[in-house]
Design a protein around this ligand. Structure first.
Ligand SMILES: Nc1ncnc2c1ncn2[C@@H]1O[C@H](COP(=O)(O)OC(=O)CCCC[C@@H]2CCSS2)[C@@H](O)[C@H]1O
Length: 372
């Protein structure tokens, strides 16, 4: 028996299948559902479809969900956008997508929709109309509308969907979220800065009050929602596609996808692509033994996620300038990452003892905690 994925593959490659006839004039065609809930695999699947499917012949709607994850935009600073320490504690990964825009939280209560089309057929308001029309059709009481910045709002002010997009030479995709029953307290807990005093030209997110559809339409189940969206896509783009399950982990169906997923997972992409930034902040110092307190100034420049320069102004009566200078020297060239920095400063602490050691440790801890 032909697997779901293989059938999708032959459809994607333009084999005889649903939507290959009538859709060519209007860009509509395939509705796919990803089996994976891995954020990197799903983002890689988007890339794969964008690169391998003839979108001049037909459009594709991909529906996908992820296990908890934070997804930042292409030109964003993760330290400014999310609480990396809280995410690490909760086992929530960070992903950087290829499209621009702000940071969103995903979990299994959040649906993602990616509308692929030729560049000519790229029309974000039309895509959002698919979603708002589907919602109105199944729950006429829901007040939903798309905004000029391509959010979808409920009751005029609660965001239920955010959008981003990517245009290539011939193809395009527009992807958006749809909050059905996401964990709003987890969303609020992770979407806050890791450290204060970051200055950069990175794209800032635009925070909004958010809502889940389920809170306003308590009987709305997943299958009903997914069916309504697929049907509305078919109605809007005059196609007759039924949703096909695809598995991005199946390398024979999606050759090369695993390598792209690995690239997206890599530190060099998620953190290393951060636009250069500086951190300027006050560090609070305490010597647990003598209970003495002081404060220091930290100024760092970070390029490609790596500390390029570090200046520490520490009162000389707290620590001899030699030691704070050594600490700066050890940090330059390290990743702006709490774990790496902590490992790097261990060697510095070893030869010190007594009060000096307590005070140096307090300074090191304060610097390391800035990095999340
Ligand atoms: N899942 C989700 N859905 C809608 N809104 C959200 C979500 N998570 C957070 N937010 C709210 O949006 C702002 C950020 O809004 P902002 O407008 O800055 O960014 C976006 O909307 C980007 C959407 C990207 C969609 C892609 C689709 C597939 S991969 S990710 C954030 O601070 C929260 O207030």
């Amino acid at each position: 028996m032909m697997s779901h994925t293989r059938r999708a593959w032959s459809l994607l490659r333009g084999g005889s299948g649903v939507g290959s006839g009538s859709s060519s004039c209007d860009g509509g065609g395939l509705v796919l559902r990803s089996r994976s809930t891995d954020v990197y695999q799903n983002l890689a699947l988007e890339d794969w479809i964008d690169a391998n499917v003839d979108l001049e012949r037909r459009g594709v709607l991909l529906l996908w969900r992820n296990r908890p994850a934070v997804v930042i935009g292409r030109h964003q600073n993760p330290w400014a956008e999310c609480d990396l320490a809280a995410m690490r504690r909760a086992g929530i990964p960070l992903a950087r997508r290829r499209s621009g825009g702000g940071t969103v939280f995903h979990d299994l209560g959040n649906l993602n929709l990616t509308f692929f089309a030729s560049k000519k057929a790229y029309d974000r308001q039309r895509n959002l109309k698919v979603i708002t029309d589907a919602l109105r059709r199944i729950r006429p009481g829901l007040q939903v509308h798309a905004t000029d910045r391509f959010d979808i709002l409920l009751n005029g002010h609660l965001k239920i969907s955010g959008s981003a997009s990517r245009l290539s030479r011939k193809s395009s995709y527009h992807h958006c979220t749809l909050l059905h029953s996401a964990d709003r307290s987890a969303l609020a807990a992770v979407l806050r800065p890791s450290c204060p005093g970051i200055h950069s030209n990175a794209t800032p997110s635009v925070p909004s009050p958010v809502a889940n559809l389920l809170d306003h339409a308590p009987s709305l189940q997943w299958e009903e929602l997914l069916d309504a969206l697929a049907n509305q896509y078919n109605a809007e783009f005059s196609s007759g596609a039924t949703a096909t399950l695809v598995d991005p982990a199946d390398e024979s169906a999606f050759p090369g996808l695993g390598r792209v997923a690995a690239e997206l997972r890599d530190w060099n992409w998620t953190f290393g692509k951060t636009p250069k930034f500086s951190v300027q902040t006050v560090l609070h110092l305490t010597d647990d033994h003598s209970r003495a307190r002081s404060s220091a100034q930290l100024h760092m420049e970070v390029k490609n996620g790596v500390i390029d320069s570090c200046q520490l102004d520490v009162p000389a009566d707290w620590l001899p300038p030699r030691l704070s200078g050594e600490l700066s020297g050890v940090l330059v060239g390290e990743r702006f990452c709490g774990h790496r920095a902590a490992a790097a400063v261990t060697a510095l602490l070893r030869p010190e003892s007594g009060e000096l050691r307590h005070r140096l440790r307090s300074l090191c801890d304060a610097v390391v905690s800035v990095m999340g």
